[in-house]
Design a protein around this ligand. Structure first.
Ligand SMILES: Nc1ncnc2c1ncn2[C@@H]1O[C@H](COP(=O)(O)OP(=O)(O)OP(=O)(O)O)[C@@H](O)[C@H]1O
Ligand SMILES: [Mg+2]
Length: 761
């Protein structure tokens, strides 16, 4: 009999011998008995038991443990014991043990396997089964999983992940992440699970990965809850060659000053033809009003827009801080070398035809990096859209004429055309941009380096990135973790494909996906992830221009019922709650609104847009301590309607034409005393009253430091209306979009508060 004493570990790296034995035997995994000894060495409770090789031994061990017992046939040829009928539960006496022994032998034979032994162990009583597991992700390294366990683990897929090392906070968060979290509370006569004990197990599994590079996967499945205590009744520890996790050291970003705040800029490949990349970059730079010298370089020479064109970098009268290169790929490295010799600080290589084009291109790209390093130049690209540093009036992007106004949101994009689309969208919404960096092939500086840089950039209050991939998940996690404590980071995630998906030995391995791991890293680092470009832009400017909601309670002010219903549904889906109106708020609203108002949240203002009414309602709501954010629907975009009607009637009376549906020009008597110039470019012309409502909203955000989101009654493109204060009014065309951004803002706010950070007020 090999009754083992589970629970004997060494002081350093517990269970090392067990791992070494399995490796020495060339086994892909520890057997279940050894696995349980290993868990016990880390303080994870396991049932008393051991492995036997005869029925007599089984009886003796069962008597020693005490009935009822469980018997399991163990065989390296069987991956899932239950599937082969090799787990027998509730064995109550000696006779049943002998019978069970025979059954296991014949069932093993039936699937063509020989038994290495039979595990006899204490039958743990418990109804609830969980799983804790570990896999090694190729980008993020060890990842811990927790979820609903037992034999239905894969069928139900109710699991959550955390990148190791797992902190105590992470462990508790994992418990809250799963759908079946109610099972952790009191359940069908069972007491609530000892969460502290569970947290210790989750953290221990993370620790195992750190201690033993040879561990590839772990399943503690099931973790059966006996009373309130978790017990590991099954153990799988797969071992083998250590897994190589991809890494990428941070780039030297000390010369980025020359990139984002150059004193003078040169464009190589400058052209008068704006259908060429160099031509459009030249146009954007000049039209953008860059205050320093702009040097244009093209061997053809001549003059563009009154500026002389120099034949080469070497011929320039001065040393430019920044050089943007848009010449054919074959010529690029020669120019880069010239830049180095000249003493240039930063270069942006817009040209394509490098590593994205094949091995030859890759070799040229490697050479480009080597030259840049030799001369200590910062290199962006190649194959990128260019850069913008709006506060410094550096508009250095190609392909389209685009110059968003300066603002606090800075963007990093791994895609050229998507980056452009975002810039165009920012421009149309009047959303300000601080910096835009198209990182292209990231030959020297990658998106993570730029996020790290923007963390310290004083022009940036919000960092947003379009990312399709990255080389070093741990560094991303660390950089984002640091950054989000000070500035929100939003990632628009492009289809990051599944990587390194191999046949998994464990339940954990089978349930892991690169998406799930990325989302875990995001949750752990406060990163906000979206997959829809519109939502990305909504969120970018919501974060850049509005305060964060201190909590999840939303008050809705609406002109009619239907929107209120839809919004209430979306509030529930977005992790928000409808604020309860306190008696004093209700009383105040009684004084403002007609007697038939809704008397609850959503506050239906029953189409009352009389001067002063929506203003007073919004102020009453945002001032309430029971309200964290306000959504106002229909006020913007409807006040101008009565004026339009008057205008059309006047036109009709005067014998004019149809009156048209387009925006009218100028003020009119019906627009009230505040009528003023309309907002141009808003598609919908706003009346003076609407503008004053918008300004009041901005002032209220400044005063109460809570967001107010406006939903327009009619479509508009402009989203940001600055009133010159700290915050700006944000107008969206759809109520659901408004709710979704508030949901994401509230969860970032909760993250900051959990980390002990003040909200930015
Ligand atoms: N010691 C025990 N006490 C109580 N129940 C047990 C015990 N061991 C196993 N069980 C029950 O039997 C089920 C199957 O056992 P086990 O997890 O060992 O096999 P398996 O899941 O088929 O193996 P694998 O994880 O390799 O697929 C468990 O989910 C659990 O409900
Ligand atoms: Mg199992």
């Amino acid at each position: 009999m090999t009754t083992n004493e589970r629970g004997q570990g060494t002081t350093e790296a517990p269970g090392r011998e067990l791992i070494e034995q399995a490796l020495a035997a060339g086994a892909p995994a520890l057997d279940e008995d050894a696995g349980k000894q290993f868990f016990a060495a880390y303080g994870i409770p396991v049932p008393q038991g051991g492995t036997v090789t005869s029925a007599d031994e089984a009886v003796r061990l069962a008597q020693e443990i005490g009935y009822p017992v469980v018997m399991k046939g163990s065989s390296t040829q069987v991956q899932h014991k239950t599937d082969a009928g090799l787990v027998l539960l509730r064995i109550g006496n000696d006779t049943e043990v002998r019978e069970a022994y025979g059954t296991l032998e014949s069932r093993a034979a039936a699937v063509g396997a020989t038994l290495d032994g039979v595990l006899v162990e204490h039958m743990v009583r418990g109804k609830r089964e969980f799983v804790v597991g570990l896999v090694r992700d190729l980008l993020f390294g060890p990842v811990v999983m927790f979820g609903l366990g037992g034999i239905f683990t894969e069928a139900l897929k109710d699991v959550a992940f955390a990148v190791a090392p797992v902190s105590e906070d992470d462990a508790y968060e994992l418990m809250d992440e799963i759908e079946a979290k109610t099972l952790l509370g009191a359940f069908r006569g069972e007491p609530p699970v000892d969460r502290a004990a569970l947290a210790k197990i989750i953290m221990a599994v993370g620790q195992m990965a750190d201690d033993h590079p040879a561990i590839r996967e772990i399943d503690v499945n099931p973790l059966l809850i006996d009373g309130d205590q978790p017990v590991a009744v099954d153990a799988l520890i797969a071992v083998g060659e250590p897994v190589e996790v991809s890494t990428r050291p941070p780039a030297d970003i000390s010369r980025l000053g020359d990139l984002v705040a150059p004193g003078d800029v040169a464009v190589v490949g400058a052209s008068a033809d704006t259908s060429k990349w160099g031509g459009m970059i030249t146009a954007n730079l000049i039209l953008g009003g860059f205050p320093g010298p702009i040097y244009l370089v093209n061997p053809k020479g001549g003059e563009i827009l009154g500026l002389p064109v120099y034949p080469s970098i070497t011929d320039l009268p001065d040393v430019p801080d920044l050089v943007i290169i848009a010449v054919p790929a074959k010529l690029v490295n020669g120019v880069v070398e010239e830049c180095g010799r000249k003493g240039v600080g930063a270069i942006v290589v817009v040209s394509a035809g490098f590593s994205e084009a094949g091995p030859e291109g890759r070799a040229m790209e490697d050479e480009m990096v080597a030259i840049a390093e030799k001369y200590d130049m910062a290199l962006v690209g190649p194959n990128c859209m260019g850069v913008i540093s709006a506060h410094q009036k550096v508009y250095g992007t190609g392909f389209m004429l685009v110059r968003p106004v300066p603002g606090g949101a800075s963007m990093v994009s791994q895609s050229g055309n998507l980056g452009l689309q975002l810039l165009v969208s920012a421009e149309r919404r009047r959303g300000g941009v601080g910096k835009f960096i198209g990182v292209g092939n990231e030959a020297m500086i990658d998106a993570v380096d730029f996020i790290n840089y923007l963390h310290t950039d004083s022009d940036t209050n919000t960092i947003v990135a379009y990312m399709e991939g990255f080389d070093d998940g741990r560094r991303l996690l660390e950089v984002v973790r640091q950054t989000t404590l000070d500035k929100p980071v939003v990632v628009l995630r492009g289809g990051m494909s599944e990587y390194g998906k191999k046949a998994a030995a464990s339940h954990t391995g089978a349930l892991t996906s690169s998406t799930a791991v990325f989302e875990a890293a995001a949750r752990q680092s406060g990163l906000i992830v979206v997959t829809d470009p519109d939502e990305f832009m909504d969120l970018t400017f919501a974060l850049a221009y509005m305060p964060l909601p201190p909590g999840t309670r939303v008050a809705v002010a609406t002109l009619g019922g239907g929107w209120g219903v839809l919004v209430s549904d979306e509030i529930a889906r977005s992790g928000l709650t409808l604020a309860e109106l306190s008696p004093d708020v209700t009383q105040s609203l009684n004084k403002i609104l007609p007697p038939f108002w809704s008397h609850s949240n959503p506050v239906d203002m029953v189409a009352t847009v009389t001067q002063g009414v929506p203003e007073a309602v919004v102020e009453t709501l945002i001032a309430s301590d029971a309200v964290d954010a306000v959504i106002v629907m229909g006020v913007v975009g409807s006040m101008s309607e009565s004026r339009r009607a008057v205008d059309e009637i006047e036109t009709l009376k005067a014998g004019g034409g149809s009156g048209g549906r387009g925006p009218t020009a100028g003020g009119s008597p019906a627009a009230g005393p505040a009528a003023g110039p309309e907002v141009e470019g808003a598609e919908l012309a706003l009346s003076g009253r609407e503008l004053s409502f918008i300004n009041q909203n901005a002032a209220l955000m400044d005063r109460y430091c809570k967001p107010i989101v406006n939903i327009s009654q009619r479509p508009m493109t402009q989203a940001i209306f600055s009133a010159g204060g700290r915050y700006s009014t944000f107008v969206l065309p759809s109520p659901l979009r408004g709710v979704r951004i508030l949901g994401k803002m509230a969860s970032y706010s909760a993250y900051l508060q959990k980390k002990g950070r003040d909200l930015r007020c």
